[in-house]
Design a protein around this ligand. Structure first.
Ligand SMILES: Cc1ncc(COP(=O)(O)O)c(C=O)c1O
Length: 302
């Protein structure tokens, strides 16, 4: 698989950067911009494209094995890429209790795209990057299989996300992104000339160390000017609060855009709160990165 074949998927790049009229920003002298990474590709939206592109190039058409939970967007995107580009995919799914049950819509989509699903118990899943466990998984996969980690976050993924930062450089002063593994933040901050805000959607306060480790792996050391605000996880991954739900519904009504709830809603809530707290100097252009699509909420992006 070469660059030409990936370009054959016709990604919409650079993704659009759209001004959004919102008086909560305007009254502080701020401009809100929506970086529409959700529009890059219908099957590989947002950070999925950015993280997979260099990995798929490195895999060069070999089978790709990766990991995810029962609702993983990353598994869905990898399976779709396999179908579109014609390489085999293997999905290692957390939870052996799922084997033999009807597939949920997300896993059914993966299977329809040709992904071979293998269900493993939770302790095996946790140990998936230990050499013996990985060797056993690879032993059942075709020779030469290329491994992409859970969530797609590795050094090549981080490098792919640096392009997002370069697209924003000179066009925004602050960029904001929701964080799960921190891979998108690590790359975005490295490529961007302004300041980058990361909004973790998980509890635990581990994300700074993860993002630093990913920058070390990708670039050999820290890059860019970034910070985290840990207040907006809404109770943890997949959790929400009445205030967050009301906020997301109101944002959708104001801007006519379906908001992905697990990540994007929390980042937008953080930005509006920080604007109201006076956290950004007047005159700042603030780019909110829309990393996922809110169009398919029924097949949740957990
Ligand atoms: C829509 C969306 N936004 C943000 C993220 C966070 O990305 P990362 O794991 O690189 O922090 C994810 C995770 O895959 C996601 O699905």
């Amino acid at each position: 698989m070469d660059t030409y074949e990936l370009a054959g998927l016709r990604p919409r790049l650079p993704s659009p950067l759209e001004p959004a009229a919102d008086e909560r920003f305007a009254r502080r002298g701020l401009t809100l911009l929506l970086k529409r990474d959700d529009l890059i590709h219908p099957d590989l939206p947002g950070n999925k494209w950015r993280k997979l592109v260099l990995n798929l190039r490195a895999a060069g058409g070999r089978p790709v094995l990766t990991f995810g939970g029962a609702y993983s967007n990353h598994l869905r995107a990898t399976a779709a890429a396999g179908r579109l580009l014609g390489f085999p995919t293997i999905g290692i799914v957390r939870g052996d209790e799922l084997a033999g049950r009807p597939l949920n819509p997300s896993l059914a989509r993966c299977a329809a795209d040709g992904m071979r699903l293998e269900f493993v118990d939770r302790s095996t899943y946790r140990a998936k990057h230990e050499p013996a466990v990985l060797a056993a998984l690879l032993g059942r996969a075709p020779e030469g299989t290329y491994v992409v980690p859970e969530g797609g976050s590795n050094a090549l993924a981080v490098e792919g996300c640096a392009e997002l930062g370069r697209e924003l450089s000179g066009r925004a002063d602050v960029a904001a992104v929701a964080c799960g593994t921190g891979g998108t933040l690590a790359g975005l901050a490295a490529g961007f000339g302004g300041r980058t805000l990361g909004v973790p959607v998980l509890r635990g306060g581990f994300l700074g160390a993860e993002a630093r480790a990913l920058q070390e792996a990708a670039f050999g050391g820290p890059r860019g000017d970034w910070w985290l605000d840990e207040r907006f996880h809404g109770g943890g991954y997949g959790r929400t609060t009445p205030a967050l739900d009301a906020f997301a519904q109101d944002f959708e009504a104001r801007h006519g855009l379906a908001i992905e709830r697990l990540y994007v809603a929390k980042m937008l809530f953080a930005l509006v709160s920080l604007a109201e707290e006076g956290a950004f100097p007047p005159g700042s252009r603030i780019a909110a990165v829309i990393t996922g699509s809110g169009e398919s909420q029924a097949v949740s992006s957990r």
